[in-house]
Write a protein that binds this ligand. Structure first.
Ligand code: DC
Length: 221
């Protein structure tokens, strides 16, 4: 036996969790990361922080130059700005996310985050663009009605006066922008495992996701 066996190199495991808003991907991605001891990145927060920076400067999130400048100037403190989950940020994030130069500016940060120690990342294009070689890819969906109802209930809990119809309409507009844009549209990777959470509560969705991840990782050896 060799006195100095080569160390076993285990590549950092990257798990991609993509899907539309309010499908439940954030909650289950965060729990998967905690369970597997991996860092977690909510990539939507990066687009939200860029959108918020543009709004706070009084500029238009659909203006490519303003949005690119905000993306390039992004600082870690921006991820803690107030209002990142406000409805005007929802819309601004999906507008800046359609601008290729914004996506390019955020790409390297996301890759560096996942490469160092592995990670669970959730977003729209993690399995297709950011980490096309991710060990496991989940595409989490739910019916538009179920997603609108969940987001409406979250907003009522924050004491916002808003109707279910208004939330459903905003969500449909955002889905159409996220799926219809030319730059990295929201789409399931060909090798993504689909998970429909329409009839699952958060606990059941998490259990199903963990089982899928375990099976994929076991199959990969
Ligand atoms: O997941 P979220 O709702 O926080 O995302 C906010 C917006 O950012 C959403 O409209 C889509 C966009 N986004 C994206 O284009 N790519 C990602 N990887 C993550 C989010």
């Amino acid at each position: 036996m060799s006195p100095n066996p080569s160390p076993v190199v285990i590549a950092p495991v990257v798990i991609a969790v993509d899907g539309p808003a309010a499908a439940g991907k954030g909650t289950l991605a965060r729990r998967l990361a905690a369970e597997l001891g991996l860092p977690y990145l909510d990539t939507g927060l990066l687009y939200r922080a860029v959108g918020r920076r543009v709004l706070d400067s009084g500029l238009d999130p659909a203006d490519p130059a303003a949005a690119e400048a905000a993306a390039r100037a992004l600082e870690p403190e921006d991820l803690g700005r107030p209002g990142l989950r406000a409805p005007d940020t929802d819309a601004a994030a999906s507008r800046v996310a359609a601008i290729p130069a914004v996506r390019a500016a955020l790409l390297e940060f996301q890759r560096a985050f996942g490469r160092s120690r592995g990670a669970v990342l959730d977003g729209r294009d993690i399995g297709t663009v950011v980490f096309p070689d991710a060990a496991v890819k989940l595409f989490v969906t739910a019916s538009p009605e179920a997603r609108a109802r969940r987001r409406w209930q979250e907003r009522l809990a924050r004491h916002e006066a808003v109707t279910l119809d208004a939330v459903a309409a905003e969500m449909a507009a955002r889905d159409a922008r996220d799926a219809g844009r030319d730059a990295a549209p929201m789409v399931a990777a060909a090798d993504a495992l689909p998970l429909d959470t329409t009839r699952l509560d958060a606990e059941a969705a998490y259990r199903a996701a963990l089982e899928m991840v375990r099976q994929r990782l076991d199959a990969a050896g």
